[in-house]
Design a protein around this ligand. Structure first.
Ligand SMILES: C[S@@+](CC[C@H](N)C(=O)[O-])C[C@H]1O[C@@H](n2cnc3c(N)ncnc32)[C@H](O)[C@@H]1O
Length: 282
């Protein structure tokens, strides 16, 4: 069985709206707004698209994610958090509701001249995605997302790779680094947003090192929302690697933590670890 064969024991359904989804979708919105600010057409390749929309039960990881914001936002929440919150709709405490996936958030930010390529490996998840994202700008693809990304390196206009794998295989950490290195070797104007879970910092650090050694300039933001020493196997936060961010976008992403950190912490502790390499001084 190859690494990309089905069946596959990951279902994003159980994680939809969790603390990782909140950070990734707020940041995705900010990146998309930055990239659609001028007229050049944008192609977004969402390499691991998921179902695009999730029905949430009364309990689940979403209660410690998007559920923390269902009562409202702090008055000083940044514009990116406000935009995400509006697009995410509302759930009812103890009842649930729905939560959008990255394809829906992305489609909501695109203009008529833009294009969205969605890749989902699992047949029934992909069928669900195709069913409710019927739009001429959208192409739903089967197969391996990183291979489809490679086939789009030459996309006209601007290109954003949104890379959000399940990280059920250790090798995925190397594969995502390889994919970003290949993307940046193929085009200097590439944009990428990679999300990863944080249990400890070992694997994130290794990805940072690989990109740095390969000369891929990037910003890495690790939003740690629990003491790392306490529960070594739990989701203790999540991280993003952003390639191609302007100074204004960098500042916008850095400013998310004072709103998201206190809201998403599981034990009262939170911290933003920001690293950047290969970029001009701020
Ligand atoms: C973390 S979830 C994606 C969540 C989605 N990006 C969002 O933000 O709403 C990862 C998805 O990737 C799919 N997947 C796993 N391996 C894949 C591969 N090699 N290529 C494409 N999709 C894959 C899984 O079935 C799952 O739906």
């Amino acid at each position: 069985m190859s690494k990309h064969d089905q069946p596959f024991d990951y279902r994003h359904q159980f994680k939809a709206g969790n603390l990782g989804d909140v950070f990734k979708h707020v940041a995705l919105g900010a990146v998309l707004r930055a990239l659609t600010a001028d007229a050049a057409p944008l192609t977004v390749v969402d390499t691991h698209a998921g179902a695009g929309r999730y029905v949430l039960g009364p309990t689940g990881e979403w209660t410690a994610g998007v559920g923390r914001f269902d009562g409202g936002l702090p008055p000083d929440a940044p514009a990116a958090v406000r935009a995400w919150h509006a697009a995410a709709g509302r759930r009812t405490p103890n009842r649930g509701g729905t939560y959008p996936g990255s394809p829906r958030f992305t489609l909501g930010a695109l203009r008529p001249q833009d294009r969205l390529v969605l890749v989902e490996l699992i047949d029934d998840v992909r069928a669900e995605l195709a069913r409710h994202l019927d739009d001429p700008r959208v192409e739903v693809r089967a197969g391996d997302g990183l291979a489809v990304l490679e086939a789009h390196h030459g996309a006209p206009g601007r290109l954003l790779a949104f890379v959000d794998p399940p990280f059920t295989r250790k090798a995925e950490w190397d594969e995502v680094a390889d994919a970003l290195i290949a993307l940046c070797a193929a085009r200097a104007d590439a944009h990428a947003l990679l999300w990863y879970p944080i249990k400890s910092l070992t694997r994130p650090n290794a990805v940072h090192r690989r990109l740095q050694d390969a000369g891929v300039p990037a910003l890495a933001l690790d939003l740690i929302t629990a003491s790392l020493e306490r529960r070594k196997k739990a989701l203790n936060g999540s991280g993003l690697i952003v390639v191609g961010a302007s100074p204004a976008l960098e500042a916008e992403l850095l400013a998310l933590a004072p709103t998201l950190g206190p809201a998403l912490t599981t034990d009262g502790a939170w911290e933003l670890r920001a690293r950047r390499w290969g970029l001009p001084p701020r």
